[in-house]
Design a protein around this ligand. Structure first.
Ligand code: NAP
Length: 250
């Protein structure tokens, strides 16, 4: 049975990915900071006949990543698939933001996935085993958004990391893939100041990056991840862009 890690698995896109991979028969290691919701999801998956365990993980903290990876190895054995899904955005104009927010976005969206991916790739190479490393990016990587400088820059960086990794791993059987979602229903914007949000939407409309308000169900992104990691050996998805279709009345 293949072992898969999903980071940020307790909500939104990560939870949908975990549900979809469970249906495919993966033995799942679910990671996030809040253990209660993770445990609830792990129970739900086990009750449905799957195999899933919850592990505390803060991807912005290297010590937490190393402890998480060691615990997963002890409990489930070597990892075959890593889905780097956890990601955050601290919205605001660059000139008005603070360094701590930027550092937090870099640590969570770029450094954390890089650290965890390095561990997984090293172990796969040592075992001479095939595997998948998936990076959940964002439409921002190709259509930058105002008020999201740190988020945009870290997703661009993440796509750069995925590309170089793909080149370095060519021929090894270890695949590096970007899944790049557009706007998706989740808890992502929860807690954003509504006044700031209105300002943001005006700006995005001005720059043509929010052309309509339709959003994807997270299951659509999960479907793309399943397609990537279950692709037959010899097939490699470099990049899957998943966008909401505009509805007739929007
Ligand atoms: N929603 C969108 O419109 C959209 C569009 C494009 C790309 N994306 C990307 O999709 C990914 C998932 O986003 P989402 O929309 O599903 O967000 P979400 O609903 O806010 O869920 C985020 C998940 O990540 C976890 N998380 C946050 N910080 C973490 C940390 N430091 N360490 C470990 N886990 C952490 C959260 O759990 P805890 O808080 O308990 O840790 C939660 O499980 C992100 O990479 C995001 O950039 C989202």
């Amino acid at each position: 049975m293949s072992v898969a890690i999903v980071t940020g698995a307790s909500a939104g896109i990560g939870a949908a990915i975990a549900r979809a991979l469970s249906v495919e028969g993966f033995d799942l290691a679910l990671g996030a900071r809040g253990l209660d919701r993770l445990e609830a999801l792990a129970s739900e998956l086990r009750e449905a006949g799957g195999r899933a365990q919850a592990f505390a993980l803060d991807v912005s903290d290297s010590a937490s990543i190393y402890a998480f990876y060691a615990s997963v190895g002890e409990a489930l054995g070597p990892v075959d698939v890593l889905v780097n899904n956890a990601g955050v955005c601290r919205p605001g104009l660059f000139a008005e933001g603070d360094d701590a927010d930027l550092e937090y976005e870099v640590a969570t969206n770029f450094l954390g996935p890089a650290r965890l991916s390095r561990r997984v790739v090293r172990e796969l190479r040592a075992r001479n085993a095939p595997g998948d490393v998936v990076f959940i990016s964002s439409e921002n990587a190709v259509h930058p958004r105002t008020y999201q400088l740190g988020y945009t820059a870290t997703k661009m960086g993440l796509e750069g990391l995925a590309s170089v990794l793909r080149m370095e791993l060519e021929g090894s059987g270890i695949r590096s893939t970007v899944v790049r979602p557009g706007p998706t229903e989740s808890e992502f914007g929860f807690g954003w100041d509504p006044v700031l949000l209105e300002e943001i939407l005006v700006s995005w409309s001005h720059w043509g990056v929010q052309r309509h308000m339709d959003i994807l169900p997270p299951s659509s992104v999960a479907r793309a991840v399943v397609q990537v990691v279950t692709a037959p050996r010899g097939t490699h998805y470099d990049l899957v862009s998943v966008m909401p279709e505009r509805s007739a009345d929007s």
